[in-house]
Design a protein. Structure first.
Length: 337
């Protein structure tokens, strides 16, 4: 495999709402850093899973990679092209190759447009069909490929269930024949039974169309089932990354260990121990100094409070950022009876 996507030192900042004190004193507005110096690569044909708590910056990272949100710093290279340096007209053409499936199938579809109009829009924007008849034929074929019926093209989104709407969103993402898709929690808003169907559909589409995915989720079980590699995100930073088997079976960062300990194990009744974190996720408007995780970490030492940890190798393709990696500590082992 060859690298299709290369992200280097990507950051995304948002200006906070101006407070009364800032208005009175003339102080600059606070800055919320949603994504903080993230670097990663995704190989062609790979599924990279991205996990972390709600609010850690996963969706922002996915949208910044596509420049749906303009990055504040860093570089995104797609198939050798620096996406962050592209002019708007060139970026529009590049977006045919880079698509997104949104989380909410209710909010991501225009309620005033029919399925034919929604799914056919990318064909019109990129000039991928010579006539309206060709557009309708391509849309009908794609709709059937994602599990719906071609005779439903003239219906509106409100006439479909949540799972069917997500299939429409998937069809819209695929109609321009992309190579890379950001799957932004595409099953989290669906019933469990429907989730399994959509996950299987995404696997089949990846195989049939040769796709590469960045799959964003807070469900470790889904990530473990789908992904080739996994990246763990905390407060805008990647704290651990590596092959899915290595990260999920032997997590090296305390945050990853806490996430893994929260996964229910049906065959471990009475033996499963939970690693509980202290406190709440800090505000990205005022992140802790040093290691951002130190305010909740049971292994934190004084160095963690003042010094930012460097990312280190802990195995083949497996990296983590923690001051205590050298001690080979495992919270899961310590918590076991």
């Amino acid at each position: 495999m060859s690298a299709l996507l290369d992200v280097q030192h990507l950051s995304k900042d948002y200006l906070g709402r101006r407070t009364l004190a800032e208005r009175l004193t003339g102080a600059p507005r606070s800055v919320l850093r949603a994504v903080d110096d993230v670097s990663l690569t995704i190989e062609r044909g790979e599924i990279l899973g991205l996990i972390g708590e709600s609010g850690c910056g996963k969706s922002t990272l996915g949208r910044a990679i596509l420049r749906l949100h303009e990055p504040s710093a860093g570089r995104v290279t797609f198939d050798g092209t620096d996406v962050t340096a592209l002019a708007p007209d060139v970026l529009k053409a590049m977006r045919r190759r880079m698509q997104i499936i949104f989380q909410d199938p209710y909010a991501s579809l225009n309620p005033r447009r029919t399925v034919a109009e929604i799914v056919g829009l990318p064909l019109r924007l990129h000039g991928l069909a010579a006539s309206e008849e060709e557009i309708r034929a391509k849309v009908g074929a794609m709709i059937e490929r994602v599990g719906l019926k071609a005779n439903q093209l003239d219906r509106y989104p409100h006439q479909f269930s949540g799972g069917q709407r997500q299939r429409i969103g998937i069809a819209r993402a695929l109609i321009s024949n992309p190579e890379f898709i950001v799957c932004d929690e595409p099953v989290s808003a669906l019933d469990v039974s429907i989730q399994a169907q959509i996950i299987q559909l995404l696997i089949e589409l990846k195989r049939d169309f040769g796709l590469t995915y960045l799959f964003i989720s807070h469900d470790i079980s889904v990530i473990g089932y789908l992904s080739d590699r996994v990246a763990v995100m905390y407060l805008g930073e990647i704290v651990e990354m590596g092959p899915v088997e290595a990260v999920l079976s032997r997590p090296r960062h305390p945050y990853t260990q806490s996430l893994m300990s929260a996964v229910p194990e049906v065959d471990a009744v009475g033996q499963h121990s939970r690693v509980r974190l202290k406190g709440e996720l800090p505000s990205p408007l005022n992140p802790p100094a040093g290691c951002k995780f130190h305010t909740r970490c049971p292994l934190a030492i004084e160095t963690c409070r003042t010094v930012v940890p460097q990312t280190e190798s802990v195995g083949a393709g497996h990296t983590a950022a923690c001051h205590r990696l050298a001690e080979h500590l495992s919270l899961l082992d310590e918590a076991a009876p």
